[in-house]
Design a protein around this ligand. Structure first.
Ligand code: CAA
Length: 257
């Protein structure tokens, strides 16, 4: 599929989407978000694909929503239309998603990364929700996901002052999975993606939805959800194969069944 603002390609069992508006630091225009949603839907329905990786550029993963596109909007247009309505496409993916962040992940760019399940960042990555500088607030989940990731006091300062957080502090605060050298970013992200893509698919999906459930519900309900998902995996051939292979001291051959 040919896109104008992104690239989408299959690498073995991994769907790789590269944000591709380098001249504007991958500013997330509505056209780009639309294409991203389309590419995600295609990868979700492609049985060969087990994991989706989102890449940006070297200088920026994405510097936020396209400010020039938002400039002319008024309150009525923003609030009565479906502005940002399709920004959560990636959160609807059952397959695990990995953001590989180099450089700036600001505003909607930080929000897009946080919508993913794993964030691998380069040493020069910078995360921020600077919307306050342009008279608004995060609008694609930033106030909620950043707070859940790093807590009230760090996120409050970032959101109220627009201060960026460097990669080292982001890792310490729990905002990123791992920080790697710039030259190693894509290899690292692909290694993780390849590893997950070879795991038994039903268990991967159950694990992802159980972890994500912890953000949505009480501990007791979350544990009940986890237990039900755990039991359900005993209906899969991969459970039998995985446990039998362990007992027989051999590598399992998962068939995603
Ligand atoms: N929207 C539109 N264009 C953008 C952009 C954005 N978010 N971010 C950068 N650009 C454009 C710049 O206008 C510039 O274009 P021109 O060459 O045509 O002038 C080009 O990208 C390069 O940017 P800079 O010259 O500014 O590069 P820099 O290295 O000096 O600064 C930066 C980099 C600090 C990231 C700076 O570009 C910046 O502050 N960008 C805006 C960040 C921001 O406020 N993001 C939040 C957007 S609102 C949002 O995301 C709402 C939401 O929650 C959904």
């Amino acid at each position: 599929m040919n896109y104008k603002n992104i690239k989408a390609e299959k690498k073995d069992m991994v769907g790789v989407i590269t944000l591709n508006r380098p001249d504007v630091l991958n500013a997330l225009s509505s056209a780009l978000i639309g294409e991203l949603g389309e590419a995600l839907t295609n990868f979700e329905s492609d049985q060969e694909i087990g994991v989706i990786v989102i890449l940006g550029g070297e200088k920026a993963f994405a510097a936020g929503a396209d400010i020039k596109e938002m400039l002319e909007k008024d309150y009525f247009e923003a609030s009565t239309g479906d502005f940002l309505g399709n920004w959560g496409a990636i959160t609807k993916c059952k397959k695990p998603t990995i953001a590989a962040v180099s450089g700036y992940a600001l505003g909607g760019g930080c929000e897009l990364a946080m919508q993913c399940d794993i964030i691998i960042a380069t040493e020069d990555a910078k995360f921020g929700q600077p919307e306050i500088n342009i008279g608004v607030i995060p609008g694609a989940g930033g106030t909620q996901r950043l707070t859940r990731a790093i807590g009230k006091y760090k996120s409050m300062e970032m959101i109220l002052t627009g201060r960026m957080m460097n990669a080292h502090d982001a890792e310490t605060a729990g905002l990123v999975t791992r920080v790697v050298k710039k030259s190693a970013l894509i290899d690292e992200a692909m290694d993780v993606a390849n590893k997950i893509s070879k795991m038994p698919r039903a268990a991967v999906i159950a694990a992802k939805s159980s972890v994500n459930r912890s953000f949505e519900t009480t501990l007791a309900e979350g544990i009940l959800f986890e237990k039900t998902s755990f039991y359900s995996l005993f209906a899969t051939e991969d459970q039998t194969e995985g446990m039998r292979a362990f007992a027989e001291k051999r590598e399992p051959k998962f068939r995603n069944r």
